[in-house]
Every structure is written in C-alpha cells, then in structure tokens.
Ligand binder design. Structure first.
Ligand SMILES: NC(=O)c1ccc[n+]([C@@H]2O[C@H](COP(=O)([O-])OP(=O)(O)OC[C@H]3O[C@@H](n4cnc5c(N)ncnc54)[C@H](O)[C@@H]3O)[C@@H](O)[C@H]2O)c1
Length: 312
C-alpha cells in the first residue's frame, strides 16, 4: 500500500516549516508537500529541507498545490497569523477573527478535492479553528482533529521530569481543556513510573503549586524572546502524523468534537484520545477529581462562547 502523502499548509511560516523538517528528518513521511500563499517561501523551505535529507532514505519534499491531494492523505494546517512578539500578553483567542477567515478558505479548498483525508489543525486558537474545520470539511468527525493540549502536555512532562530528575518518558499525565489560558494539568492522576507524582521520592509541593501558570508562562516567554514557538509544536506534529501512519493507537491529548464524552456536547477541546490510522477517538472517563472536572467544564464554556461568537 502506498504511504499517504503529508501536506503542510502554512509551510512558509515558522511552525509549518519546522513541522515539515521534523517529518522529514525523522523519516516519518516520504512525500511531504508544502503549500503557502507565500509560494516562494514554501518553495525555499522545501528546497532547504530537501538538501538536508541527502543522506536519509527516500524522503522527498516539494512545494505543491491542493490538486495534489489524494485519498487518505494527511493534511496539517499551520497557516494564519501568530501571536505578536511586540504584544507578549496577546492571547490565542485574539487571533480568532483573522484565522477563522483563513481556515474556512483553506478547508473549502481541501473539501473541493472531494477526497477522504485526515486533517490536523495547529493554527490558533486551535480548539475553535478545529471546530470550524470539523463543520466545514464534510469529513467524518474522527478525521479532523487539532493538536489540542499535546504541546502543553509535553511542557508538563519536561518540567516535572527536570524537577524530579527522571526521564520525561516516565512522567504520565496530561494538560487538558483549552489550548489557552483555561488549560489545567491533571495532577490528581499524574504518575511517575506508576507512582503518584506526589509520592515520588524527592517530590515537593512547590514543584506543582503553580505548574499550570508556569507552563503557560513558558509559552509567553518563548514568543516574547524569539517571535514564535516552533520546535515543540513541530515535533508534536511529527508525533501525531507518526501515530496516524503507523497505526500505533497512541494516546495524545488532541482536540476533537466531543459529543457526550465527559458530559460535554458540540465542543472541541483537548482530551486524552487514541490517535490511529482510523482517526481520533476520545478516551472517555479518564479519572478527574472534582476540581479538574470543574476546570474542564469552565474550559468548555469559554470555547463554546468563542464558537458562538463566530456564528456557529
Ligand atoms: N497549536 C499549538 O500548540 C501551536 C503552537 C505554536 C503556534 N501555533 C499557531 O500556528 C500558527 C502559525 O504560527 P507561525 O509562527 O508559523 O506563523 P507564521 O506567521 O510564521 O506563518 C504563518 C504562515 O501562514 C501563511 N498563510 C497565511 N494565510 C494563508 C492561506 N490562506 N493559505 C496558506 N498559507 C497561508 C503565511 O504566508 C505564513 O507563511 C499560528 O496560528 C500560531 O498561533 C500553534
């Protein structure tokens, strides 16, 4: 069977180009196609990444078009405006109006090809834009999802691992909810090598007292200092595409349409979900304590209000 091609729409930008390079360097996809309204930029990134693959096997990166889309291809959407380094306090939701317009345009062009594809939305505010993509794409709901709180969860794993002196691979827990200011870590069920984090040798409550704020502040500091956050999200995209390609059924806190899970309806937000070639399926009943349940509900209300504000 031919491996699906992977498209990156917005590949002229920081996030798109980094995601494309991660996909190429990790040899996750063999055929990577870059699209951007800034065509020369997309072409230049494709050429540069291609040169870097000279000593890897059979990876090909090129600038392309929507006409190249075929059945079962994977499409990563990173296009849109990003948070401004001149305004480090700017929230992701402030990008809403412009990016809704862009996402509708892009998803309309994908839909016009009439192919059964999988879409991963990365552009912010990712929960709301994923909702728009679900509604506008005409694809089955499991075929459209967003990166959700996968990057926030990566930050949680690395922060706790560094504090406890263990590998980030041994930290199991999530940040859930909105990829934004109402996200929260699921500390009540976070474990390190199977041990509840608060029982792990060397744990101090100061390590988790302000963890959600620390994780969010790290993102704001990155944007303020170097314009954009790109390596973390670029590699998150590569992991998600790998899960789709390898049918690995890996669980990531991506965002997709909730229809009853956790008592939530018609809203998109980061929840533990199985990612496989069949698409995405939310894992229901992940254990949350009363405080975490209330935070999830609050996140859902914030996202729902943003969804209503754009006319859905
Ligand atoms: N979900 C996450 O965890 C996460 C993390 C970091 C950044 N982001 C988001 O990713 C997005 C991209 O960030 P960036 O730093 O790469 O921005 P960027 O400005 O560097 O790149 C955006 C690119 O989109 C292109 N573009 C704009 N409209 C387009 C259209 N209609 N069709 C095709 N291409 C179009 C632009 O030409 C540009 O090259 C932002 O919305 C940002 O907030 C998400």
């Amino acid at each position: 069977m031919l491996r699906p091609k992977v498209f990156v729409i917005g590949a002229g930008g920081m996030v798109g180009a980094t995601a494309a390079s991660a996909l190429a360097f990790k040899e996750i996809a063999h055929d990577i196609i870059l699209i951007d309204v800034a065509e020369e930029l997309a072409h230049a990134h494709a050429t540069d990444i291609n040169h870097a693959t000279a000593y890897t096997s059979g990876v090909h990166v090129r600038k392309g078009d929507y006409n190249d889309i075929e059945e079962n291809d994977i499409i990563v959407i990173t296009c849109g405006v990003a948070r401004s380094p001149e305004r480090p306090d700017q929230t992701r939701r402030e990008l809403l109006g412009t990016n809704v317009h862009i996402i509708k345009d892009v998803v309309g062009k994908i839909r016009a090809q009439g192919k059964l594809v999988t879409i991963i939305v990365v552009s912010n505010p990712v929960d709301v834009l994923t909702y728009v993509a679900v509604k506008e794409s005409g694809l089955p709901k499991g075929r459209v999802f967003g990166s959700g709180t996968t990057l926030d969860t990566a930050r949680l794993k690395v922060t706790l691992a560094n504090a406890l002196g263990v590998s980030q691979k041994d930290v199991h827990g999530y940040v859930l909810g909105e990829h934004g200011d109402s996200s929260f870590p699921t500390l009540s069920s976070t474990t390190v090598a199977g041990i509840p984090v608060s029982d792990f040798p060397g744990f101090k409550s100061a390590m988790t007292d302000n963890l959600d704020e620390d994780i969010r502040a790290a993102a704001y500091r990155i944007v303020a200092a170097k314009t954009a956050s790109k390596y973390g999200i670029g590699h998150v995209v590569a992991q998600l595409v790998e899960a789709l390609m390898k049918r690995s059924r890996t669980i990531y806190p991506v965002c997709s349409l909730a229809e009853g899970e956790y008592g939530l309806h018609d809203v998109v937000l980061g929840l533990p979900s199985v990612v496989s070639a069949d698409g995405v399926k939310i894992v229901d009943n992940y254990p949350l304590n009363a405080e975490e349940k209330a935070k999830l509900q609050k996140s859902a209300e914030i996202i729902t209000s943003a969804i209503r504000s754009i006319g859905y």
